[in-house]
Design a protein around this ligand. Structure first.
Ligand code: ATP
Ligand code: MG
Length: 422
């Protein structure tokens, strides 16, 4: 009996993997351009990290974690998101003491969530994320948003919608929280059990509920924007001004709440408006989390970040009909005829590769015609043909597949000849 891949996961095969490489390359290159450095954290962490760092009342912690006990009786969890691990590492490695502040980091790592699999929602998926830690300058909020937009735009996406909100500071949130409780409490029994639990713990999360999103009380819920104090209002205005200065367009949505507990001030999502994208249109989400570093044992460190999954980015590209250039070809294919020539082709190929030339040969004992076919299929620019006669003269016949022109070249000069692209 054969064994299948686990639900919600997938293999990325040659033919598809090239797209991933292009996207990953773009994410890395744009990050470097914005002066962000890569960080890699373990695939699993102590379960406590996510309970504290993501928040007990979130969907991730309540329903989605892959938690297991290891042989030493520790509770560990496969990383469901990147911010808590990066923050853990920031504190543990005392990055707050580094001379270069803010610390600007990015990651491209698989995440694991036990979700109901569907298009754009998997149990293992890859997130590209950014964390800028140690600055409370609204301009860095705009920088982080701009970085995400740049990656999408340079890959060719056009139908993007940046949705922006602010959650305010602690005081504004407190005032808003009280207003939300007063709003929902009288009719809370009409809401799902999750929302009933959220009412006193974290009523903001009710606005993020997927089950009750059409309830009439959702539309009339008090907006955070009415409860912002001067400082929070001013912060939000400065973020918007910086975005305006960079010609980045956005829409304000006061109901935008991020799923995680640690956000304050700026919150944003980037959506795809492409037709045929399907039900899930969020490409990425992020925001400011000024309290998290302190919650995890470090000094007060204002921070902001975002995460996007590469899976949803690929879906958006597909929905907009954008094909990435994944064309691959070969510089040289060595065709060998006869036993001696075959033996010699091993060292010829070795020399080509050492010279940096992308090359290959036949390993299935194919006839000449079939070897040429293979060279064609691999889109070889040159085919180098070695028979007994050439071998005895120390030469090789090189055919330029584009022009059809054929030339005799000394074997030891093959690499130079191919490199010159004759
Ligand atoms: P959603 O509301 O779609 O469940 P979320 O709030 O759980 O999203 P975040 O935790 O903010 O998402 O993760 C950031 C980004 O990671 C999302 O915008 C999305 O691009 C991606 N993402 C989240 N969950 C998945 C998943 N199960 N499969 C693929 N991508 C995902
Ligand atoms: Mg989710």
């Amino acid at each position: 009996m054969s064994i299948n891949i686990p639900r919600g996961t997938k293999d990325i095969l040659p033919g598809e993997v090239e797209k991933w490489q292009i996207i990953e390359e773009k994410a890395k290159e744009v990050s470097a351009r914005f002066n962000y450095k890569e960080i890699r954290t373990p695939v699993f962490e102590h379960t406590d990290l996510f309970q504290r760092g993501v928040g007990d009342s979130t969907d991730i912690v309540q329903k989605e974690m892959y938690t297991f006990t290891d042989r030493g009786d520790r509770s560990l969890t496969l990383r469901p998101e990147g911010t808590a691990p990066v923050t853990r590492s920031y504190v543990e490695n005392k990055m707050f003491g580094l001379p270069g502040q803010p610390v600007k980091l990015y990651y491209i790592q698989p995440m694991f969530r036990y979700e109901r699999p569907q298009a754009g929602r998997y149990r293992q998926f890859v997130q590209f994320g950014i964390e800028a830690m140690g600055s409370a300058d609204p301009a860095i909020d705009a920088e982080v948003i701009s970085l995400a937009m740049t990656v999408y735009q340079e890959l060719g996406l056009k139908k993007l919608r940046l949705v922006l909100n602010t959650l305010g500071d602690a005081d504004s949130r407190k005032a808003h929280k009280d207003a939300l409780i007063a709003h929902f409490e009288p009719r809370i029994e009409e809401f799902c059990s999750d929302c009933q639990n959220r009412l006193t713990k974290n009523p903001l999360r009710i606005l993020d509920c997927k089950k009750d999103r059409d309830h009439d009380l959702m539309k009339t819920a008090p907006s955070i924007l009415e409860y912002l104090n001067e400082e929070s209002k001013d912060y939000f205005d400065q973020v918007k001004t910086s975005l305006d200065d960079m010609n980045i367009q956005y829409v304000i949505d006061p109901t935008l709440v991020r799923g995680l507990d640690y956000y304050n001030h700026t919150a944003f999502e980037i959506m795809s408006d492409a037709e045929g994208f399907g039900a899930i249109t969020t490409l990425s989400g992020g925001g400011r989390y000024n309290g998290l570093v302190e919650d995890l044992g470090g000094p007060a460190t204002p921070s902001i970040g975002f995460a996007m999954s590469l899976e949803r980015l690929l879906l958006a590209l597909e929905a907009e009909g954008i094909t990435l250039n994944t064309e691959e070809d070969l510089d040289c294919y060595v065709v060998a005829l006869g036993d001696e020539a075959k033996k010699k082709s091993v060292s010829i190929l070795n020399d080509l590769r050492n010279a940096g030339i992308k090359s290959d040969k036949d390993y299935l004992d194919k006839k000449m015609k079939a070897q040429f076919k293979a060279a064609d299929r691999l889109k070889a620019r040159f085919v180098a043909i070695l028979g007994e006669e050439e071998l005895s003269k120390g030469i090789i016949n090189v055919k330029n597949m584009e022009s059809g022109e054929q030339k005799e070249v000394r074997i030891e000069e093959l690499s130079t000849f191919v490199k010159q692209g004759n």
